[in-house]
Unconditional design. Structure first.
Length: 360
């Protein structure tokens, strides 16, 4: 039996975490594969989503920097458990994985997986942090057996930052577990717009809320449900209040499982307003539930998923007026549910997991 180990910080709400769980659960159902989920800390609301066949290992890292993200404990794990493949998700855990393999003198098949467009992250504007990051990629990534990112543009971005050769980073899109139930959108007087994502700067909910104000000036029979939590929640609620639209926006916090599924099934439209993405799992989830999509044409992911606008609207970034106009336009357009669901099937977990297995 082959053993696949997946190394990730924790299982709090996030796109990379949800993808890791989908893959681990899928692998664990195979007779010839066992899966270890290695967590720096066993915490996070998504732990309950992990299949009972997946073995969760808690490294119990008390101080990330002093313990260098669990390096010594990961080395101990590799030496004792001897996994056949190790999938390290998200920098700097990817760097830790390379060093752990070298020190342990292991022949483990090491795969590094990133899930973002690093050049767009706020912290990389710091010259020292940027240099450290670029050097770490340049020195350690070539030592791994394979390097992945979740969209073509994000892969090219990482190669450029890390001074890597072209095509050094392979692209494997994120998977979705297909919904096979019947979908019947109700023709309600009040339309339901949703946003799903952490309440942080990168997701640019300010743009969404300001655009929604313009939407309501033309049609009051629309509500906005914002799914997610984060450090910007109070600021966003204050913005909605200052614009006089608090009664039209519902901040429901993080949702998962059946609760999140119900939100998608009742939605008429998903809007993505991010400053940047690595992929955008939520767009894929929306298509899976037959929900129309309006997305800013940010770097990177949305354009690739929506196939240059074939499966959803793409709007220039940071344009409140155009975003509001496309929201209204899409809400008044009949949605081809089958078309959207067929597009989602291109990213089914069966297809994507097979691509991972070919590497792992």
């Amino acid at each position: 039996m082959k053993k696949i180990a997946v190394y990730i910080p924790n299982l709090t709400f996030g796109g990379a975490e949800r993808v890791a769980i989908i893959l681990a659960n899928h692998f664990s159902k195979m007779d010839d594969i066992s899966v270890d989920f290695i967590l720096m800390n066993k915490k996070g609301e998504l732990i309950t989503e992990v299949n009972e066949k997946v073995n969760i290992i808690d490294l119990n890292v008390n101080n990330e920097k002093k313990e260098f993200f669990g390096l010594l404990k990961l080395i101990k794990y590799i030496r004792s458990e001897k996994p056949d493949s190790l999938l390290c998700i998200m920098w700097p855990l990817t760097i830790v994985g390379v060093i752990a393999k070298l020190i342990s003198l292991s022949k483990v098949n090491l795969v590094l997986s990133d899930h973002t467009t690093f050049s767009k992250t706020p912290w990389i504007k710091n010259k020292i942090k940027r240099l450290i990051f670029r050097l770490s990629i340049s020195i350690f990534y070539p030592l791994a057996d394979c390097r992945l990112n979740v969209s073509n543009n994000a892969s090219r971005d990482l190669e450029e930052l890390g001074w890597l050769k072209g095509k050094s980073i392979k692209t494997i899109y994120n998977p979705v577990e297909l919904y096979h139930g019947e979908i019947c959108k109700q023709k309600n007087i009040e339309k339901n717009v949703i946003s799903v994502g952490s309440l942080k700067w990168a997701k640019n909910h300010e743009l969404l809320i300001k655009s929604f104000k313009l939407v309501l000036l033309k049609d009051e029979n629309i509500k906005l449900t914002i799914v997610g939590d984060g450090e910007m929640k109070e600021k966003l609620q204050s913005l909605a209040s200052s614009l006089g639209i608090s009664d039209k926006i519902d901040f429901v916090g993080n949702k998962k499982g059946k609760e999140l599924e119900d939100i998608y099934l009742k939605a008429d439209l998903l809007v993505l307003s991010s400053h940047y993405e690595g992929f955008s799992v939520v767009i894929l989830e929306a298509l899976n539930y037959g929900v129309a999509v309006v997305s800013v044409d940010c770097d990177n992911g949305p354009r690739e998923i929506l196939d240059n606008g074939v499966y959803g609207c793409l709007v220039p970034v940071n344009n409140e007026k155009l975003l509001s106009e496309d929201i209204i336009k899409q809400l008044n357009t009949n949605t081809d549910i089958d078309l959207l669901r067929n597009r989602a099937s291109d990213f089914s977990v069966n297809i994507i997991a097979e691509k991972y297995l070919n590497i792992l």
